[in-house]
Design a protein around this ligand. Structure first.
Ligand code: GLU
Length: 260
Protein backbone atom coordinates (compact mmCIF):
# COMPACT_ATOMS: atom_id res chain seq x y z
CA UNK A 1 0.00 0.00 0.00
CA UNK A 2 1.24 3.48 -0.90
CA UNK A 3 1.82 6.35 1.44
CA UNK A 4 0.13 9.69 0.76
CA UNK A 5 2.45 12.71 0.80
CA UNK A 6 1.44 14.52 3.97
CA UNK A 7 2.58 17.83 2.52
CA UNK A 8 -0.28 18.21 0.03
CA UNK A 9 -2.52 21.21 0.61
CA UNK A 10 -5.08 21.37 -2.19
CA UNK A 11 -7.01 18.45 -3.65
CA UNK A 12 -9.50 18.20 -6.51
CA UNK A 13 -11.89 15.30 -5.84
CA UNK A 14 -13.76 13.90 -8.81
CA UNK A 15 -17.03 12.22 -7.89
CA UNK A 16 -18.80 10.39 -10.70
CA UNK A 17 -22.47 9.59 -11.26
CA UNK A 18 -21.79 6.02 -10.10
CA UNK A 19 -21.35 7.47 -6.61
CA UNK A 20 -23.84 10.36 -6.67
CA UNK A 21 -26.57 8.34 -8.39
CA UNK A 22 -25.84 4.64 -7.85
CA UNK A 23 -29.39 3.73 -8.88
CA UNK A 24 -28.94 5.52 -12.22
CA UNK A 25 -31.31 8.33 -11.26
CA UNK A 26 -31.83 10.80 -8.43
CA UNK A 27 -29.15 11.56 -5.81
CA UNK A 28 -28.12 9.24 -3.00
CA UNK A 29 -26.09 9.65 0.17
CA UNK A 30 -25.15 5.94 0.13
CA UNK A 31 -21.55 6.55 -0.94
CA UNK A 32 -21.23 10.27 -0.25
CA UNK A 33 -21.35 10.17 3.56
CA UNK A 34 -17.90 8.56 3.87
CA UNK A 35 -16.54 11.01 1.29
CA UNK A 36 -18.07 14.01 3.10
CA UNK A 37 -16.48 12.77 6.31
CA UNK A 38 -13.09 12.66 4.54
CA UNK A 39 -13.63 16.22 3.27
CA UNK A 40 -14.40 17.35 6.86
CA UNK A 41 -11.16 15.68 7.90
CA UNK A 42 -9.24 17.58 5.17
CA UNK A 43 -10.77 20.89 6.28
CA UNK A 44 -9.78 20.16 9.88
CA UNK A 45 -6.20 19.72 8.65
CA UNK A 46 -6.41 23.10 6.86
CA UNK A 47 -6.36 21.43 3.48
CA UNK A 48 -8.43 22.84 0.62
CA UNK A 49 -10.91 20.75 -1.34
CA UNK A 50 -12.52 21.32 -4.72
CA UNK A 51 -15.26 18.86 -5.65
CA UNK A 52 -15.97 18.03 -9.29
CA UNK A 53 -19.35 16.35 -9.17
CA UNK A 54 -21.37 14.65 -11.87
CA UNK A 55 -24.98 13.65 -11.43
CA UNK A 56 -27.02 16.47 -12.95
CA UNK A 57 -28.41 14.36 -15.80
CA UNK A 58 -29.22 11.48 -13.44
CA UNK A 59 -30.84 13.88 -10.96
CA UNK A 60 -32.92 15.41 -13.77
CA UNK A 61 -33.96 11.94 -14.89
CA UNK A 62 -35.11 11.16 -11.35
CA UNK A 63 -37.15 14.36 -11.12
CA UNK A 64 -38.85 13.93 -14.49
CA UNK A 65 -39.17 10.15 -14.55
CA UNK A 66 -36.88 9.62 -17.53
CA UNK A 67 -35.03 6.37 -17.94
CA UNK A 68 -31.36 6.90 -18.84
CA UNK A 69 -31.09 3.42 -20.33
CA UNK A 70 -33.48 4.63 -23.10
CA UNK A 71 -31.90 6.67 -25.93
CA UNK A 72 -32.23 10.42 -25.26
CA UNK A 73 -31.37 13.31 -27.61
CA UNK A 74 -28.61 15.79 -26.68
CA UNK A 75 -31.18 18.58 -26.01
CA UNK A 76 -33.11 16.17 -23.77
CA UNK A 77 -29.95 15.37 -21.78
CA UNK A 78 -29.10 19.08 -21.61
CA UNK A 79 -32.59 19.81 -20.30
CA UNK A 80 -32.24 17.04 -17.69
CA UNK A 81 -28.90 18.55 -16.64
CA UNK A 82 -30.59 21.96 -16.25
CA UNK A 83 -33.33 20.39 -14.14
CA UNK A 84 -30.98 18.24 -12.08
CA UNK A 85 -28.03 20.57 -11.39
CA UNK A 86 -29.66 22.52 -8.53
CA UNK A 87 -30.80 19.21 -7.04
CA UNK A 88 -27.16 17.96 -7.06
CA UNK A 89 -26.09 21.16 -5.30
CA UNK A 90 -28.82 20.85 -2.65
CA UNK A 91 -27.77 17.27 -2.13
CA UNK A 92 -24.13 18.25 -1.47
CA UNK A 93 -25.17 21.15 0.72
CA UNK A 94 -27.00 18.76 3.07
CA UNK A 95 -23.65 17.07 3.79
CA UNK A 96 -21.79 20.20 4.94
CA UNK A 97 -22.20 23.07 7.37
CA UNK A 98 -19.99 25.28 5.19
CA UNK A 99 -21.68 26.88 2.20
CA UNK A 100 -21.33 25.09 -1.12
CA UNK A 101 -20.61 27.18 -4.22
CA UNK A 102 -21.49 26.07 -7.75
CA UNK A 103 -19.20 26.67 -10.73
CA UNK A 104 -20.23 25.36 -14.17
CA UNK A 105 -17.40 25.25 -16.71
CA UNK A 106 -16.80 24.35 -20.34
CA UNK A 107 -13.51 23.58 -22.07
CA UNK A 108 -13.34 27.09 -23.54
CA UNK A 109 -13.54 28.51 -20.01
CA UNK A 110 -10.41 26.56 -19.12
CA UNK A 111 -8.50 27.51 -22.27
CA UNK A 112 -8.98 31.26 -22.68
CA UNK A 113 -6.48 33.15 -20.50
CA UNK A 114 -8.96 35.67 -19.16
CA UNK A 115 -11.56 33.12 -18.09
CA UNK A 116 -8.93 30.90 -16.47
CA UNK A 117 -7.74 33.86 -14.40
CA UNK A 118 -11.33 34.68 -13.42
CA UNK A 119 -12.12 31.08 -12.49
CA UNK A 120 -8.89 30.86 -10.47
CA UNK A 121 -9.63 34.13 -8.67
CA UNK A 122 -13.14 32.93 -7.84
CA UNK A 123 -11.77 29.68 -6.39
CA UNK A 124 -9.15 31.47 -4.29
CA UNK A 125 -11.82 33.80 -2.94
CA UNK A 126 -14.16 30.90 -2.17
CA UNK A 127 -11.39 29.28 -0.11
CA UNK A 128 -10.94 32.52 1.82
CA UNK A 129 -14.70 32.53 2.48
CA UNK A 130 -14.58 28.88 3.66
CA UNK A 131 -17.04 27.95 0.92
CA UNK A 132 -16.79 24.56 -0.80
CA UNK A 133 -16.40 24.86 -4.57
CA UNK A 134 -18.44 22.27 -6.48
CA UNK A 135 -17.77 22.15 -10.19
CA UNK A 136 -19.59 20.42 -13.04
CA UNK A 137 -19.50 20.77 -16.78
CA UNK A 138 -21.99 23.35 -18.03
CA UNK A 139 -23.89 20.63 -19.89
CA UNK A 140 -26.85 22.77 -20.92
CA UNK A 141 -24.84 25.22 -23.03
CA UNK A 142 -21.95 23.23 -24.45
CA UNK A 143 -21.77 22.38 -28.13
CA UNK A 144 -19.49 19.65 -29.45
CA UNK A 145 -16.19 21.51 -29.78
CA UNK A 146 -16.55 23.12 -26.36
CA UNK A 147 -17.35 19.94 -24.47
CA UNK A 148 -14.75 18.57 -22.09
CA UNK A 149 -16.94 15.49 -22.44
CA UNK A 150 -16.32 13.76 -19.19
CA UNK A 151 -15.71 14.89 -15.67
CA UNK A 152 -12.43 12.95 -15.34
CA UNK A 153 -10.79 15.28 -17.87
CA UNK A 154 -12.65 18.28 -16.44
CA UNK A 155 -11.30 17.47 -12.96
CA UNK A 156 -7.73 17.21 -14.31
CA UNK A 157 -8.06 20.56 -16.08
CA UNK A 158 -9.46 22.11 -12.92
CA UNK A 159 -6.56 20.65 -10.90
CA UNK A 160 -4.06 22.24 -13.29
CA UNK A 161 -6.02 25.51 -13.37
CA UNK A 162 -6.10 25.90 -9.58
CA UNK A 163 -2.58 24.60 -8.97
CA UNK A 164 -3.74 21.63 -6.89
CA UNK A 165 -1.14 19.18 -5.66
CA UNK A 166 -3.45 16.18 -5.62
CA UNK A 167 -6.18 14.83 -7.91
CA UNK A 168 -8.39 12.16 -6.35
CA UNK A 169 -10.62 10.25 -8.76
CA UNK A 170 -13.30 8.37 -6.86
CA UNK A 171 -14.38 5.47 -9.01
CA UNK A 172 -16.45 2.32 -8.59
CA UNK A 173 -13.40 0.17 -9.32
CA UNK A 174 -10.42 -0.29 -7.00
CA UNK A 175 -7.88 1.26 -9.35
CA UNK A 176 -5.94 0.16 -12.44
CA UNK A 177 -5.50 -3.59 -12.94
CA UNK A 178 -3.18 -5.47 -15.29
CA UNK A 179 -6.02 -7.87 -16.21
CA UNK A 180 -9.78 -7.82 -15.88
CA UNK A 181 -10.28 -8.62 -12.16
CA UNK A 182 -13.77 -9.98 -12.89
CA UNK A 183 -12.32 -12.61 -15.21
CA UNK A 184 -8.88 -13.35 -13.78
CA UNK A 185 -8.23 -14.30 -10.16
CA UNK A 186 -4.56 -13.38 -10.58
CA UNK A 187 -5.33 -9.84 -11.82
CA UNK A 188 -3.02 -7.43 -10.02
CA UNK A 189 -3.91 -3.94 -8.88
CA UNK A 190 -1.12 -1.52 -9.81
CA UNK A 191 -0.24 0.32 -6.61
CA UNK A 192 2.08 2.88 -8.22
CA UNK A 193 2.50 4.09 -11.79
CA UNK A 194 5.58 6.23 -12.50
CA UNK A 195 4.99 6.80 -16.21
CA UNK A 196 1.77 6.43 -18.18
CA UNK A 197 3.16 4.73 -21.29
CA UNK A 198 1.59 2.51 -23.98
CA UNK A 199 1.72 -0.55 -21.69
CA UNK A 200 -0.18 1.29 -18.95
CA UNK A 201 -2.70 2.76 -21.43
CA UNK A 202 -3.34 -0.81 -22.64
CA UNK A 203 -4.56 -1.77 -19.16
CA UNK A 204 -7.52 0.62 -19.53
CA UNK A 205 -9.39 -1.88 -21.70
CA UNK A 206 -9.16 -4.63 -19.10
CA UNK A 207 -10.28 -2.46 -16.20
CA UNK A 208 -13.15 -0.69 -17.97
CA UNK A 209 -16.53 -0.81 -16.33
CA UNK A 210 -19.14 -0.86 -19.12
CA UNK A 211 -21.66 1.23 -17.14
CA UNK A 212 -19.31 4.11 -16.31
CA UNK A 213 -19.42 7.20 -18.58
CA UNK A 214 -15.74 7.58 -19.24
CA UNK A 215 -14.39 4.33 -17.89
CA UNK A 216 -10.69 3.81 -17.27
CA UNK A 217 -9.65 5.48 -20.56
CA UNK A 218 -10.74 8.94 -19.45
CA UNK A 219 -9.31 8.35 -15.97
CA UNK A 220 -5.91 7.59 -17.50
CA UNK A 221 -6.20 10.65 -19.77
CA UNK A 222 -6.95 12.71 -16.67
CA UNK A 223 -4.01 11.15 -14.82
CA UNK A 224 -1.74 11.88 -17.82
CA UNK A 225 -2.80 15.52 -17.91
CA UNK A 226 -2.50 16.06 -14.17
CA UNK A 227 0.76 14.15 -13.59
CA UNK A 228 2.24 16.00 -16.58
CA UNK A 229 1.66 19.17 -14.55
CA UNK A 230 3.33 17.63 -11.48
CA UNK A 231 0.07 16.71 -9.74
CA UNK A 232 -0.05 13.30 -8.02
CA UNK A 233 -3.21 11.48 -9.10
CA UNK A 234 -4.99 8.69 -7.27
CA UNK A 235 -7.78 6.39 -8.40
CA UNK A 236 -9.62 4.81 -5.48
CA UNK A 237 -12.85 2.91 -5.05
CA UNK A 238 -15.17 5.62 -3.72
CA UNK A 239 -17.84 3.03 -2.94
CA UNK A 240 -15.65 1.61 -0.16
CA UNK A 241 -15.66 3.68 3.04
CA UNK A 242 -12.30 2.12 3.92
CA UNK A 243 -10.69 3.91 0.94
CA UNK A 244 -11.37 7.20 2.73
CA UNK A 245 -10.38 5.86 6.16
CA UNK A 246 -7.03 4.90 4.65
CA UNK A 247 -6.57 8.31 3.08
CA UNK A 248 -7.19 9.86 6.49
CA UNK A 249 -4.28 7.74 7.72
CA UNK A 250 -2.22 8.89 4.74
CA UNK A 251 -2.29 5.52 2.98
CA UNK A 252 -3.68 4.73 -0.46
CA UNK A 253 -5.65 1.62 -1.31
CA UNK A 254 -5.97 2.28 -5.08
CA UNK A 255 -3.49 3.31 -7.79
CA UNK A 256 -1.14 6.26 -7.34
CA UNK A 257 0.17 7.99 -10.47
CA UNK A 258 3.23 10.01 -9.58
CA UNK A 259 3.30 13.64 -10.70
CA UNK A 260 6.31 14.54 -12.85
N1 GLU B 1 -21.73 16.40 -16.44
C1 GLU B 1 -22.45 15.15 -16.43
C2 GLU B 1 -23.49 15.15 -15.31
O1 GLU B 1 -23.44 15.94 -14.39
C3 GLU B 1 -21.55 13.95 -16.19
C4 GLU B 1 -20.33 13.79 -17.02
C5 GLU B 1 -19.44 12.66 -16.47
O2 GLU B 1 -19.81 12.01 -15.51
O3 GLU B 1 -18.36 12.43 -16.98
O4 GLU B 1 -24.39 14.33 -15.33
Amino acid sequence: MNQLKSSWRRVVIKVGSALVAPEGKGCSTKYLLALADFIHHCHNQNKQVVIVSSGSVAAGAGLTNHDLSEPLSIPQKQALAAIGQSHVMQHWQKLFDDTCAQILLTRSDLEGDKRVVNARNTLETLFKMDAIPIINENDSVVVDELVVGDNDNLAARVAVMCDADLLLICSDVNGLYDKNPKQFDDAKLLATVDTIDERILGFADVTNNPIATGGMHTKLQAAQLATGAGIDTIIINGREAKSFERLKNETISGTLFIGR
